[in-house]
Design a protein. Structure first.
Length: 161
């Protein structure tokens, strides 16, 4: 845990801005009835064969559901500081998948981004939040960790510790 007021401010700032990023994405997906990941995944270039599996008629609804509600749950978790380590880890995985999906080697998304883009920056910020136990700074992780049933549970403790 950190003692510096500046560092606590930065942790909360990064947690809230990453929460906003995921919640904003979810607002365009969960509340829109015609959202599908198929259009995005069919336009992949470098890793097209790996992502084409997720665009099949059997997999597309499952993938779309996981993306929509994954964004929503990660955003809410970061906003409230509850299970921050878990949500940030899933967020890192999602950002790395998006980074790969946008890649047209060696460029990512457009010719202004050579190998690196904002997805990797977001993944780095999420890794920082895990490292700094961001849910303990003005979040619910610290309170939930102090509950007896969580303290005594080997399964629940790592989710908020």
């Amino acid at each position: 845990m950190t003692n510096s007021t500046t560092e606590k401010f930065l942790i909360v700032f990064f947690r809230f801005t990453m929460a906003w990023t995921f919640l904003y994405a979810a607002s365009h997906q969960v509340f829109v009835h015609d959202f599908s990941v198929v259009g995005f995944l069919k336009s992949t270039k470098t890793f097209h064969d790996q992502f084409a599996v997720f665009t099949t008629p059997a997999m597309a609804p499952i993938t779309t559901f996981l993306v929509e509600y994954g964004h929503l749950l990660i955003g809410l978790s970061l906003l409230f500081g509850l299970m921050t380590r878990v949500s940030a880890a899933f967020g890192i995985v999602l950002m790395l998948v998006y980074w790969m999906a946008h890649m047209d080697w060696p460029f990512v998304e457009n010719h202004n981004n050579l190998i690196f883009d904002y997805h990797l920056v977001y993944a780095g910020v999420l890794a920082y939040l895990i490292y700094k136990r961001a849910g303990h700074v003005l979040g619910l992780d610290g309170w939930v960790e102090s509950l007896r049933f969580v303290r005594d549970s080997a399964v629940l403790r790592p989710l908020v510790a």
